[in-house]
Ligand binder design. Structure first.
Ligand SMILES: Cc1ncc(COP(=O)(O)O)c(C=O)c1O
Length: 425
């Protein structure tokens, strides 16, 4: 069975007719590969027709219709369309109104944010692309978590940047292995990407752990890119601390979007916030370069920008908290069911949208995690993503976005599947 996280890409065969034309593909395009999208979009395995499909694969909160965008924002959007006032271009880095709303939401006494620190992007994905484009030329290196969200590597490779993984310690609740992080830094390193709360691990870092990561960054004089797309999506009263809130001297670029927070990934609105207390990024020209780069695309759409202040209103934030409550209930229901299954082990999710499950392949009769996920889909119609898509073999990621009874049903199906595929001694 082919490994989905392979480093080679499907080979492009040029026909005789095409080769006579002055047409070719860029290396950049050939280097662009997203293992999750590849796995989800190109799987040829069919689900069991006897069982209703349960897709716990893509981190899309809208998949089952139970997690919804605050309705006031939807009404405001339809009013704004009809008003005809939002059909034009905005400033390339976004409207002041939208940036002000985001700045106010993320501002705190120890970490003030001004509207001019905020740039709007096409989702967090657009923010990752923007900051990596600004920070590094071809051949430079970005440090990424392992296991980690594969888009970091997808975008970096596409831009000609190299990535080096640093290890997260499963035995330590998926905290960063600080020694490993330090050992990966060299003269080519341009940034450390920290993803908290984590996709795929569902972990949330403590203040102390963030300070330990910042210490490494400060000693080595490397800025941090904080992917905080799951900011404030924490369970069981666990607090969320942003990386920037703990930084005194390290420049931090925080990224986020309305995709998960407000269950609106298709609206494609994200942001990048520059936290640069010592004006290091400013003096190095990075802030100016970020602005220059926003002039290429003019995203996100003016209409979606027009409802950002509504989304961040008190009323919508209150409604949004129900999304997190539902995810928390799902995490609390799924964890004890999955933990009990012989051959599986997992840590309790503390936040985000996911559970990352270790597969003991000495106990479960599968060659690898790809075979596990493909057969689970084929036999039980439950679709999850192999850990190898996140750079971690022998695991599977489950999305917690479904209504409670569906999550429970999926866990029961996973149990009978694992029992059937258990090595008998
Ligand atoms: C860690 C992380 N970063 C970025 C993204 C991209 O999100 P967006 O829809 O905001 O582009 C995702 C989506 O799953 C994610 O999990």
């Amino acid at each position: 069975m082919e490994h989905p996280n392979r480093n080679s890409f499907p080979k492009i065969e040029t026909t005789e007719q095409a080769s006579k034309w002055n047409v070719s593909c860029s290396q950049r395009a050939k280097n662009t590969f997203n293992p999750i999208r590849n796995f989800v979009q190109n799987t040829t395995v069919k689900p069991n027709p006897e069982k209703s499909p349960i897709r716990l694969s893509v981190g899309d909160p809208t998949e089952f219709g139970n997690l919804v965008i605050p309705q006031q924002a939807v009404h405001q959007l339809s009013e704004n369309i009809l008003s005809g006032k939002y059909n034009g271009y905005t400033m390339s880095f976004g409207t002041l109104e939208a940036r002000k709303a985001i700045a106010e939401y993320f501002s705190s006494q120890e970490c003030p944010v001004q509207p001019q620190d905020v740039l709007l992007t096409c989702g967090t994905a657009g923010a990752i692309e923007l900051i990596l484009s600004a920070l590094g030329d071809e051949g430079k290196t970005v440090l990424i978590p392992k296991p980690g969200f594969p888009l970091f590597q997808t975008i970096a490779s596409s831009l000609g940047l190299k990535t080096k993984p640093y290890r997260l310690k499963q035995e330590d609740g998926w905290q960063v292995d600080l020694e490993d992080l330090r050992s990966q830094i060299d003269q080519d390193t341009v940034a450390i990407i920290v993803n908290n709360p984590s996709n795929p691990c569902g972990s949330v870092y403590t203040k102390q752990h963030l300070q330990d990561i910042l210490d490494v960054a400060e000693k080595c004089k490397i800025p941090i890119i904080a992917d905080e797309v799951y900011a404030n999506m924490c369970f069981d009263g666990i607090p969320f601390y942003s990386v920037a809130s703990q930084s005194r001297n390290v420049p931090v670029i925080s990224l986020g979007s309305i995709s998960k927070l407000f269950a609106a990934p298709g609206w494609r609105l994200g942001w990048l916030i520059v936290h640069d207390r010592l004006e290091i990024l400013l003096d190095a020209g990075v802030v100016q370069c970020l602005h220059q780069l926003t002039m290429r695309m003019l995203v996100p759409s003016s209409l979606i920008q027009s409802i950002v202040s509504t989304l961040f209103s008190e009323h919508c934030i209150k409604e949004q908290s129900r999304i997190v409550e539902q995810l928390e209930r799902n995490a609390n229901a799924a964890y004890p069911l999955l933990r009990e299954i012989p051959g599986l082990s997992c840590t309790k999710p503390q936040g985000a949208l996911y559970m990352f499950i270790h597969l003991d392949l000495n106990v479960l009769a599968f060659e690898n995690d790809v075979e596990f996920t493909e057969l689970l889909w084929k036999e039980e119609s439950v679709f999850v993503i192999p850990g190898s898509c996140f750079g971690w073999n022998g695991a599977a990621r489950i999305v917690l976005n479904a209504p409670g009874p569906i999550i429970t049903e999926a866990c029961h199906r996973i149990r009978s599947f694992c029992e059937r595929h258990h090595y008998r001694v």
